[in-house]
Design a binder for this molecule. Sequence first.
Ligand SMILES: [Zn+2]
Length: 428
Amino acid sequence: MNNFNTKSKEIKEGEFIKNLLQIKDKNITIEKTHNEIIKNNQKLFVFKGTLSYTPNKCECCGCLNKGYTVVKNGFNELTRINLLKISGIPAYLELKKQRFKCKSCNKKFVATTSFVDKYCSISKNVKFSIMSDLADTLSFKQIAKMNNVSINTVIRTLYDCKSHVDITNYSFLPEYLCFDELKFTKDSKNGMSFIFSNALTREIIDTVDGRTEYILNNYFSRFSKEARYNVKAICIDIYTPYMKLIKSKFPNAEIVIDRLHIIQNINRELNKTVKLMNCFKGQKGINYTLLKNNWKLILEDESNVTHGKFFFNRSFRSLVTSRDILDYLLGLDCIFKASYERVQDIRYAIKYRNNTLLSYLIDESTSGLSIGVCKAVNTMRKYKEYMLNSVRHSISNGSLEGINNKIKVLKRVSYGYKIAFITLDYVF
Ligand SMILES: [Zn+2]
């Protein structure tokens, strides 16, 4: 009786460790004791376990196990399996796997478990942990260290994830799409890669290495005609190959220029205009210092520059508001002022989605504007229809912009790795 009690306690302790290690497979039993060993000055936990069961059939010939067709045939060599760290200490499971022999085909095979993949020494728990770490912005090195695995294991796990996101269905596309470029170059054929997503759900559909018309035409030819004809609108940056592609492959889709890109473009030209004002450099007076310190004010949305808050300005030697400074700067040059006002008006029209105003501003004469802003307005005029679409439709590439930012951060944290295509998959 006493003996029986001890045994049941032993099993219970084994079960307790098994729960701690998160081993869900019923066929694995864990010994109640574990070893602590020191390897390379590092303490390690080593647990011992046995995998055994009665198989339903032979894995080699498939014959059912009726009346001892398949018998147990000793154990295989110990398999050492990486576990998740316990209290910061790396842990392993030394698993004895049952070997079976089939009397029907005379072959031998080894017990399998859901806890670890065949021929693999990393437990699935560790793999899930790596996958979850991959979703954060960490370097491979950090993830490898956290999970007590090699960097190659992290990369391999990443590839396993990738196979789950690869497109297999080419007969469907969402009605609204976003096209954008991905900026991480080096390993990409054309310096830029292409990414597209569902504009409404923001889900990424796929990425393509390169973004030339030829590459993209080839890529989208894989999708069925029905899928492509189903697309109603596509949000893009001002990039002619996209426009040509959309016309030939997506005849029912309206081209929408991304609002953010329009604003970025005209703002960039306005910024160049600000730089032209460097002629004040070397001149006496406060103009140059004021421009140098407040150029951001000029690129700001005008409605944010207010008379709200007073602060002391050393150039003026008095209390001013940011609006005072802006007004002073605009008074310096009439071309500069006209350019500023046109850019702000366009931004206003886009912000409040005012179709009529935007149309008017695009068509209005560009005389009296700086060369750069003039150029930007002329580009808008060239693609006026698409520009107006951008205020008619609510779709934008905002979510894809976020991805480019994430890649930037990843590139910074994963220094030492120039495997750009891995960085690409990493995002998903
Ligand atoms: Zn067999």
